[in-house]
Design a protein. Structure first.
Length: 185
């Protein structure tokens, strides 16, 4: 079982490592396990086992849905599963950047990228709204630009929070390298 970093309502800025059974235990304090069992057509004992740590020797715990989703993610390595869950719950998923070594440079290109993504989103919205209606295709284009803006901005914010801008530096270097080769060739 993996540890997850979750925000609690009372301490949204704090990061608390929780295991899946702990998450479910807290959820079952808000929503009756009997109600969950009835809604899912499962036994009440199964629902209670989900909220226990898995211990094969003691026979307690059970592979809960969160552990199964984690296993599915691990074997498929496909973030669309998480994106789907987030969309169904009214949210969105943005992968955190991997950050290792601090490099406090390349802030201006990174901030310019955020501004450009926002400008691109506004351009798509403005073009779609010129006829006072938004088609399904235009709606999809707006959603795509919005998701890109959120992703770029989240990467930047995560780098700021960590004080580590290596990813931004590497991204800028990969963008600059082709331009230099074109200028030389």
């Amino acid at each position: 079982m993996a540890l997850f970093c979750l925000a609690k309502e009372a301490c949204a800025s704090q990061c608390c490592a929780m295991q899946s059974h702990e998450v479910l235990r807290e959820v079952f304090q808000q929503c009756s396990p009997k109600q969950v069992a009835a809604s899912l057509g499962l036994s009440l004992s199964m629902i209670y086992k989900w909220a226990e740590p898995a211990d094969a020797t003691a026979g307690s715990g059970s592979t809960n849905p969160l552990d199964r989703i984690e296993a599915l993610l691990r074997c498929t390595n496909d973030c669309r599963i998480v994106q789907w869950i987030c969309q169904r719950s009214g949210g969105f998923f943005i992968l955190n950047p991997k950050i290792n070594k601090p490099h406090p440079s390349y802030l201006i290109p990174a901030t310019n990228e955020i501004v450009q993504e926002f400008a691109d989103l506004l351009a798509v919205v403005a073009a779609a709204a010129t006829d006072n209606q938004i088609t399904q295709k235009e709606s999809e284009q707006i959603r795509g630009r919005w998701e890109k803006l959120k992703s770029v901005t989240e990467s930047f914010v995560a780098c700021c929070e960590e004080g580590n801008f290596r990813i931004l530096k590497e991204k800028q270097a990969s963008v600059s390298a082709p331009k230099q080769m074109n200028a030389e060739g």
